[in-house]
Design a protein around this ligand. Structure first.
Ligand code: 6PG
Length: 257
């Protein structure tokens, strides 16, 4: 198991500058390499920490027209519902740039969670066929340029919760839950194989309530097979980068801190 790169920041301001610098850098490199940038977002405080992207100088540097925005997870609610990750991202980021980036999200409030997961996976499969999204060389999964994850204090990432069967799904790219321990109960989420096939995965954790989960996810270097696992610990890109962005309180229980 690999710890990944760990960036502990003095405060949220510094963290957010480093985070948007990194996103802008990967955006530019991906567009140079294959013409577009396939970025995957999650909900929670992460979206606010990305706010500088829509302010100068980043808003002018980033080539929004080449962005495709995906979701690591989404709640099965209407697009204007307060629980919608799409609504949060739209209001905080996407509506504030001159070109509204293309987004891939099949959620509306009339579909079941199961159908929403099927439709979202179908949409991504089409994009892999047309090579907008690159296929992974070592798995049957898409290779997203960048997947951004938050982490709950229970160690959940996307909508993969501790001890939930969704963690075990290997053959689907997107799965669904109707019993999320954190409301709302109906959600869709990327599975671990998709997360671990990305070219770059970032986990953002801030605040003291995350310190224990950060420690368990990063410092427990025993084999993933032998010890029961926190979802965040299972984020182990097979041929991509893993970077943790955290503030000091979140990093306070790390070995050697
Ligand atoms: C959810 C959240 C989740 C989020 C983490 C961390 O649907 O459960 O949106 O995806 O990333 O819970 O959230 P915070 O950074 O706000 O603590």
């Amino acid at each position: 198991k690999d710890r990944g790169e760990i960036r502990v920041h003095e405060n949220l301001e510094e963290l957010s500058i480093d985070l948007v610098d990194y996103i802008a850098e990967i955006s530019e490199a991906s567009i140079k390499e294959h013409g577009v940038f396939c970025i995957v977002l999650s909900g929670g405080s992460l979206i606010n920490l990305m706010g500088k992207l829509v302010e100068p100088p980043y808003n002018k540097i980033v080539d929004w027209a080449k962005w495709y925005v995906f979701w690591a997870d989404e709640r099965v609610v209407g697009k204007n519902h307060d629980d919608s990750n799409y609504k949060l991202a739209k209001e905080t980021l996407l509506s504030k740039v001159n070109v509204f980036p293309r987004h891939i999200c099949s959620i509306n409030d009339t579909v079941s969670a199961e159908d929403a997961a099927t439709e979202y996976e179908f949409a991504i499969r089409q994009m892999v066929k047309t090579r907008t999204v690159i296929a992974s060389e070592n798995s049957d999964c898409p290779r997203f340029d960048l997947i951004l994850l938050g982490m709950g204090s229970d160690g959940h990432v996307a909508s993969l919760f501790p001890n939930h069967p969704a963690l075990e799904v290997k053959d689907d790219w997107v799965t669904f839950l109707t019993d999320s321990p954190k409301p709302p109960p109906e959600r869709i989420t990327f599975t671990l194989p998709v997360i671990n096939s990305a070219a770059s995965v970032v986990v953002v954790a801030t605040g003291e309530s995350k310190a224990n989960a950060v420690h368990l996810a990063i410092d427990d270097l025993t084999s993933l097979e032998t010890s029961p696992s926190l979802p965040a610990r299972l984020v182990q890109p097979s041929s991509g980068n893993l970077i943790w962005f955290m503030d000091k309180p979140a990093g306070s229980k790390l070995d050697g801190f």
